[in-house]
Write a protein that binds this ligand. Structure first.
Ligand code: FES
Length: 68
């Protein structure tokens, strides 16, 4: 399955399927997980992964499809 990326309203970005997650220098994060939730609120203590902090901080961001 190709990578599927879902931008969740008021929460993280879910990445699932076949994907590779790299840091800014191009070095891969090692994981065997089939799905990851990437933080987009900036409040996680486990970057780049969501740790649920978005709920406590009241992060809001819509997630409606549109042309990019
Ligand atoms: S989106 Fe969940 S901690 Fe940032």
């Amino acid at each position: 399955m190709a990578a599927k990326v879902t931008v969740n309203a008021n929460g993280p970005i879910k990445v699932e399927g076949e994907f590779e997650l790299l840091d800014g220098g191009g070095k891969p994060f090692e994981t065997s997980k089939k799905a990851l939730f990437l933080c987009r609120c900036g409040q996680t203590k486990n970057s780049p992964l969501c740790d649920g902090s978005h709920s406590a901080t009241g992060f809001t961001s819509p997630s409606e499809s549109r042309e990019l």
